[in-house]
Design a protein around this ligand. Sequence first.
Ligand code: DHB
Ligand code: FE
Length: 288
Amino acid sequence: MTMAAIIGGIGTTHVPSIGKAIAEKKHNDPYWKPFFKGFDYVHYWLARTKPDVAVVFYNDHGLNFFLDKLPTFAVGAANEYCSADEGWGIPVARPIPGDAALSWHLINALVADEFDVTTCQGMLIDHAITIPMTLIWPGPSWPVRIVPIEINTVQHPLPTLARCLKLGRSIGRAIESYGQNLRVVVIGTGGLSHQLDGTRAGFINKEFDKLCLDTIVGEPEALTRYSIHDWVQLSGSQGVEFLNWTAMRGAMTGRVSELSRNYHIPISNTAAATVVYENRRERAREAA
Ligand code: DHB
Ligand code: FE
């Protein structure tokens, strides 16, 4: 039977200044090298696994949605996604191809699963997609199509970690029920700990980040005991971008293992992390 397969997941930070470092080719500068070297394994793994599609969990920062109208979950359903100048002084990325047919399959499955998502046939994508995409696929053209899935991490009330894990699981089941022979990688962007505003601006929590990275692979449910309020306290007001990682982990339906991890402090105000997870189908399913 022809079915789409989830080959694995990638988690990465989406700090805008990375775009400037790429444009200025600062990959080997002492400040940047420890961060960029985390992508050597990502490139090696992708050259071997060659996914066709990336489902990207991310959060918009005011480019496509603003505080006046802000969905909790939104799914792109376009065949192309453009970016725009957000004011960070970085080059605007070239348009990224979409896969509207897969998007609608995922949207149908989510709504059937009682996730009442906003559907976006036109959607501007911001640095939370363009920076990770450029880091992951640095070549002159995009070798994958994307389905962007946006999670509100900006205006409270935010969805819980448990809700985002369930969203990811729904997406994982939906991908595996898609009757096309596609290899799918799931991506979560943002984090880890950081806070850009208020008296704690610059806050980073190395111990908590380590706990998150150690726990998300084998026991993602264990992280759902933290409330959003706990998360802001432990990881900073923007550390809640870990919701995107939580959904990415939820979408991996099989046996998950960590293939690589790079953690580096700081990139701009952020504890930067880059991981690759493998998703191995359970034997029983393989045989079925
Ligand atoms: C930074 C981090 C972010 O997640 C973001 O969206 C913008 C800026 C930073 O550390 O500068
Ligand atoms: Fe961010």
